[in-house]
Design a protein around this ligand. Structure first.
Ligand SMILES: Nc1nc2c(c(=O)[nH]1)N[C@H]1C(S)=C(S)[C@@H](COP(=O)(O)O)O[C@H]1N2
Ligand SMILES: [Mo]
Length: 317
């Protein structure tokens, strides 16, 4: 697994105190992680410290991981889209600290056998965690490479036993303006909702993430539970999930509701289909100066293109 040491971590442009403090914590954490990693035995486990400081040990690395070197933790955790905490890229790192991620419940509804309300830790207990290094491409044309910690969404879905009428899966973010001050403004139709076709959701690449860089997800990255769909634009990867609903008909996602001509249900990364207001042909990786070409399905075409055979991907954008 990935362990950074102090010399790999340099201070970046943002100097806000809370960000600086959380970075300090990360440095201290990773130092102790090295020791724990050497001592620990057995499978992946969560080492308890203060709740926000938990680190994972002995994580197996998924073969689905890219060999591209990951971005720096401090870039991935300070340049975020999480409109529940404001629309500026630095807002989530500054204002998500008050989000309470325990206790946390996940409600399961709809065309599925195991409906109910689950405490998050019970919900996740049956599954082994792994590290998956994925490319990630925002619709706004920046990209990054992130070592997520999580479990295959397909395993969770299998465990919940959807019925034959379950053709789609819908995910919903927490709605609580006292914890998520951005929800006091009507920038989106809260709560944030996203959805996948059931065959997309059960594709082996779709991930439910609980961590990144070997530690629990920072709140600004979608703690305590978020979706990662690496072949789709970032907005499909919904954060801070409280509800999973199985449906016969396609759900209406938040972005489709707010701007249907700009954000479709599929949102597969496609360099040949421009966003109405900008090109999607290139992307700029966080921390880099030059742009690079965007790949069809964000580089995952070999694995996922067959999900869309026969579909017009210009119409189904
Ligand atoms: N609930 C919620 N989920 C969300 C968003 C959001 O505003 N609210 N933004 C999306 C967008 S547009 C992107 S690019 C990614 C950003 O993830 P990151 O901040 O971990 O990089 O989260 C996605 N998930
Ligand atoms: Mo995005």
């Amino acid at each position: 697994m990935l362990v950074k040491n102090k010399s790999d971590i340099s201070m970046s442009e943002i100097t806000a105190e809370s960000v600086f403090l959380s970075r300090r914590k990360f440095i201290e954490n990773t130092a102790s992680l090295t020791l724990l990693g050497a001592a620990a035995m057995g499978g992946a486990s969560l080492v308890a410290a203060a709740p926000q400081d938990k680190t994972f040990t002995n994580l197996p690395r998924s073969p689905f991981s890219t060999a591209i070197p990951p971005n720096r933790f401090e870039d991935v955790s300070t340049y975020n889209n999480f409109y529940e905490f404001g629309t500026a890229k630095e807002a989530p790192a500054l204002y998500a600290g008050g989000l309470r991620t325990r206790p946390w419940t996940v409600q399961v509804e709809g065309e599925v056998k195991k409906t109910g309300q689950y405490a998050l830790d019970d919900f996740l207990k049956p599954y082994a965690l792994e590290e998956r290094i994925y490319r990630f491409r925002c619709v706004e044309a920046w990209s990054m490479v992130v070592p997520w910690v999580g479990i295959a969404l397909r395993d969770v879905i299998k465990g919940l036993q959807p019925g034959s009428r379950a053709k789609y899966v819908e995910f919903t973010t927490l709605h609580d303006p006292t914890q998520m001050p951005g929800q006091k403004r009507n920038v989106l139709d809260w709560p944030y909702v996203e959805g996948l076709r059931i065959d997309e959701a059960t594709h082996p690449l779709a991930l439910l993430a609980v961590g990144m860089y070997g530690r629990v997800l920072p709140n600004q990255n979608g703690a305590p539970l978020r979706l990662i769909v690496p072949w789709k634009y970032g907005f499909k990867s919904i954060k801070s999930i409280v509800k999973i609903r199985f449906l016969e008909d396609p759900p209406v996602s938040t972005w489709m509701w707010s701007a249907p001509s700009e954000y479709g249900f599929y949102a597969n990364v496609n360099p040949d289909v421009d966003h109405p207001r900008w090109s999607q042909a290139k992307e700029r990786r966080l921390g880099e100066i030059f742009k690079q070409k965007t790949l069809p399905f964000n580089g995952y075409a070999d694995q996922v293109a067959s999900l869309y055979t026969g579909m017009d991907l210009r119409k189904n954008f």
